[in-house]
Design a protein around this ligand. Structure first.
Ligand code: 2M8
Length: 418
């Protein structure tokens, strides 16, 4: 059974493979997404190392001159997704969106490189300056008060998470007008963001487009600017991996070391004593979101110990059948089926699990890995899962779920590793 699931996962990745990049899933997401591709590369590296490098290299073919690596690259035409390239209006070639996504690429590049440094060195020499430029862009354009902010919930990767509710409430949707969503024709609307969220998503996109995606303008006047513990932890971790890559190519490391120090100090500002968790903070209003989410538990992934977080982790793990819900199940905002407001996501489990294992919390790491394996064994390679009953949600035959199965969750890895 295990062998057959490994084979199914490889087949899903091959079917979603467009030759030089991989779609998250056919229909719902027909283009290249940023962090999806980095996870795809992590998965490809278990059976085709060359293809893993190609995935990351294609992602950087969409890099902007200012260093940003956009969250979507529209390599080929497809009518199945809204908002497509015309709506973003970024005037890039290839066309892209105008925002970024969580920078997991340096971390998985390091994993791929270390699998075979001899094969990887030439790839890395070309890729390293691009990774460095992207991380520098974060510090130039998304670094405020010691932490990383997002200009759009889509930038965080956790689109409709409750941590954005307060700031989203201030987004003016009066100029949005008519548009047609495609996502709800692919997936049950109860598993997707609601219409109010979508109107606000579109209002923020139009504001970016109207100012020509000018970073200074968006940081001053954009409708949404929220500090995100998820992005902050992920970039902190990625900087540590970038440092190792800098050493491998013989590059200077001082700039990266400064970034690490800055984020290690800064992220403590996102500790919300009221809810005893790392929380999102609206930079404009100074208000915490009051949201304990899966992003709150990425501290270990960033190399930060936190005893209270461990206690809360154990409480949440005992409250659901399958870890790890994207939002606190004891909160009234928890919705077990609705996208980033409750469901368990294999990719987030992977990041939290890697961190827990590295920081000495083996029992919690094994619980996450075991639950992720059970979810996939019972419900297939779904985009996400209901953490209460384990049922599949969102798109099926999903690239990143297949990828993390191969690289992290599959029981066959333990057999190989033992
Ligand atoms: C979801 O986001 C896109 C917009 O970027 C969407 O709903 O249309 C998120 O889960 C995001 O994290 C993910 O990268 C993307 C593709 O899987 O889908």
């Amino acid at each position: 059974m295990t062998t057959s699931l490994d084979e199914q996962a490889r087949n899903i990745m091959r079917r979603n493979d467009q030759g030089h990049y991989t779609m998250p899933t056919n229909g719902l997401y027909p283009y290249q997404w940023n962090w999806d591709s980095a996870f795809a590369a992590f998965g490809f590296a278990t059976f085709d190392l060359g293809r893993a490098w190609v995935e990351i290299e294609t992602l950087f073919s969409g890099q902007w001159e200012n260093g940003m690596v956009p969250h979507i690259i529209f390599h080929s035409e497809s009518s199945g997704y809204f908002p497509g390239p015309d709506v973003w209006g970024t005037e890039q070639s290839p066309p892209t969106s105008g925002i970024s996504q969580p920078p997991v690429a340096a971390t998985f590049t390091r994993a791929i490189f270390e699998q075979n440094p001899e094969v990887g060195l030439n790839h890395l020499k070309d890729l390293f300056p691009k990774l460095l430029a992207w991380h520098r862009w974060f510090f130039e354009c998304r670094f405020e008060n010691g932490v990383i902010v997002v200009n759009h919930p889509w930038e965080s990767g956790r689109d409709n998470a409750p941590e954005w509710d307060e700031a989203m409430g201030n987004v003016d949707t009066s100029g949005v007008g008519e548009y047609t969503r495609n996502d709800t024709s692919h997936v049950d609307p109860h598993m997707r963001p609601n219409q109010t969220d979508y109107d606000r998503f579109m209002a923020i996109v139009y504001a970016g487009r109207d100012c020509g995606w000018n970073e200074a303008n968006m940081s001053e006047n954009g409708p949404f600017r929220v500090a995100d513990p998820g992005m902050t932890f992920i970039l902190l971790r990625a900087n540590k991996d970038l440092l190792a890559l800098a050493e491998a190519v013989g590059a200077n490391t001082s700039e990266i070391q400064n970034w690490i120090q800055a984020l290690e100090a800064g992220v403590q500002q996102l500790w919300n004593p009221e809810i005893q968790a790392y929380d999102a903070l609206n930079i404009r209003t100074g208000k915490f979101a009051g949201s304990m989410s899966s992003a709150s538990f990425l501290c270990w992934y960033a190399g930060i110990q936190n005893e209270t977080a461990l206690i809360e982790f154990n409480r949440i793990a005992a409250a659901v059948k399958y870890t790890f819900p994207s939002h606190d199940p004891d909160s009234e905002r928890f919705e077990p089926f609705r996208y980033w407001r409750g469901p368990a996501w294999g990719i987030v489990n992977t990041l939290i699990g890697i961190g827990l294992a590295e920081m000495g919390h083996q029992a919690q790491a094994e619980k996450l890995r075991g639950d992720t394996a059970k979810l996939i064994e019972q419900s297939g390679f779904a985009e996400y899962f209901n953490p209460v009953d384990g049922s599949p949600a969102g798109g099926m035959d999903f690239t990143w779920t297949a990828a993390i199965w191969l690289a992290w969750a599959s029981p066959s890895l333990q057999i190989k590793g033992s």
